[in-house]
Ligand binder design. Structure first.
Ligand code: SF4
Ligand code: SF4
Length: 438
């Protein structure tokens, strides 16, 4: 695509990087066919190609973002399906990240929108605040319908509907010692996952230590920054990245680390991008790139270390490929190979490339589109008549659980059980699991 940025604009490395991405686009439109928002809404401006045109016009002319541009960029899920489809190698993720940061700096949202986003950015990345918010949300949950009446308050209704009726005890940061260790790995603590489903961390630690890997939780590590990054709050996300680079590099320089493991693929995509995010920071560029190299999704790591055969005896698992894993990290075969090796019959739903609508805070900020995508995803998974659904991302698991007929668990919980761990509590009443466990 031809561009016409001024020399002054191109002196900004972020704008220069965006221009290089835009130039790669050849307008072919292949990406529109696999874009969930275009498929749903049928508007070119809700397609990757349409958004690239909007972003180009905004950045090239240093325009004040208009309401129309913000609407279409906000509707993008950052699912990155377009990146998988694009034959020209357009790095849409870095482009839309830059557009969001530009909008954040140059556009004044309504008072309500600013407040909502401010609250989400203040609450979600912190376990304690998130837990407290969920406890308060439990009181408000029965009144969610009241907030459906006005468009502006629909996100509040969506947020209350996501509050679980029961909150589990907080996840532990204890990991058993390993007598003859094969190596040492750091496990990302995460923000939402240990509050909503602490059993995912428990299963991961149990499985890794059983296989001889020492698990550590790095001191000083905090939220990966993905949430604020996707809101365009660039400084906050870079600050989070720097804190985590410090925390993990301290472990690398102390006792050494073989990998930084992540069980929430949305976080994994961002951590694998720390090297790019901090490339212009002389104090962090090299160390951030090292952390990105060490970062692995749990399924990638388990696939490399070779898991023993499992006892799943043909139990039917529908595998939901989280966008951040399949499109963001290009991890597609590993989780399915692991499940098959553990003895599961792995089922692939229709339109497996399409997003479930969770997408960080998307199912709160864009509830109507998110609900439609969630319903469609759950229906396509149910069509495979599974005993259980597996996903490698907490956001997807929560979203799909709202509509799916089968229980939804993390892939690692199934692998832990199949290779000797306890049965996940949600599967205790499921006949094929009960029979195989007895
Ligand atoms: S990231 Fe997803 S929603 Fe956004 S333009 Fe690409 S395919 Fe469409
Ligand atoms: S598929 Fe790639 S090159 Fe073609 S329009 Fe989409 S982003 Fe541009």
């Amino acid at each position: 695509m031809q561009t016409n940025f001024s020399e002054t604009a191109l002196a900004d490395p972020a704008i220069a990087a965006s221009e290089a991405i835009i130039r790669k686009c050849v307008h072919c439109g292949f990406c529109t066919a696999t874009c969930p928002t275009y498929t749903l809404l049928g508007d070119e401006l809700d397609s990757p190609r349409g958004r690239i045109y909007l972003i180009k016009d905004m950045l090239e002319n240093e325009r004040q973002p208009t309401e129309k541009v913000v609407k279409h960029i906000d509707r993008c899920l950052s699912c990155l399906s377009c990146m998988t489809t694009c034959p020209s190698g357009v790095h849409y993720m870095h482009l839309v990240d830059q557009a969001r940061a530009y909008i954040e700096d140059n556009y004044r949202r309504s008072w309500w929108d600013r407040t909502l986003r401010g609250v989400l950015a203040w609450v979600l990345p912190h376990h304690g605040r998130f837990r407290l918010a969920l406890e308060l949300g439990q009181l408000g949950r029965p009144f969610a319908g009241l907030f459906d009446m006005a468009k502006a308050t629909k996100p509040l209704a969506a947020m209350l509907r996501l509050v679980p009726s029961r909150l589990p005890a907080p996840a532990s940061l204890e990991a058993p010692s390993v007598p003859q260790r094969k190596g040492r790995v750091a496990l990302l603590q995460g923000c939402a996952e240990p509050v909503l489903r602490p059993e995912i961390r428990e299963a991961t630690v149990r499985l890794l230590t059983r296989l001889g890997w020492e698990v550590v939780f790095a001191r000083g590590e905090q939220c990966c920054g993905a949430l604020v990054h996707h809101m365009g709050r660039e400084e906050a996300s870079l600050e989070a990245a720097r804190r985590n680079v410090d925390a993990w590099m301290a472990e690398v320089e102390n006792e050494g680390l073989d990998a930084v493991l992540i069980t929430a693929s949305g976080c994994g995509t961002t951590i694998k991008d720390y090297g790019y995010m901090l490339r212009h920071d002389p104090a962090y560029a090299d160390r951030a790139a090292r952390v990105s190299e060490l970062a692995l999704d749990i399924s990638q790591f388990l696939d490399r270390i070779e898991l023993p055969e499992g006892r799943a005896a043909g139990i039917r698992v529908a595998y939901h490929s989280a966008c951040s894993l399949q499109h963001g990290q290009k991890v597609t075969a590993d989780p399915q190979r692991l499940l098959a090796k553990a003895g599961f019959t792995v089922l692939t739903p229709r339109n497996a490339h399409l997003c479930c609508g969770s997408a960080g805070t998307y199912n709160i900020l864009q509830p109507e589109i998110a609900n439609e995508l969630g319903l469609r995803k759950a229906a396509s998974l149910d069509e495979t008549t599974p005993d259980v659904i597996a996903a490698g991302n907490i956001g997807c698991a929560v979203q799909i659980s709202r509509w799916a007929g089968a229980p939804v668990v993390h892939t690692v919980q199934l692998l832990d059980w199949a290779t000797g761990g306890p049965l996940p509590a949600t599967l205790e009443t499921s006949p094929p699991f009960k029979e195989t466990t007895q």
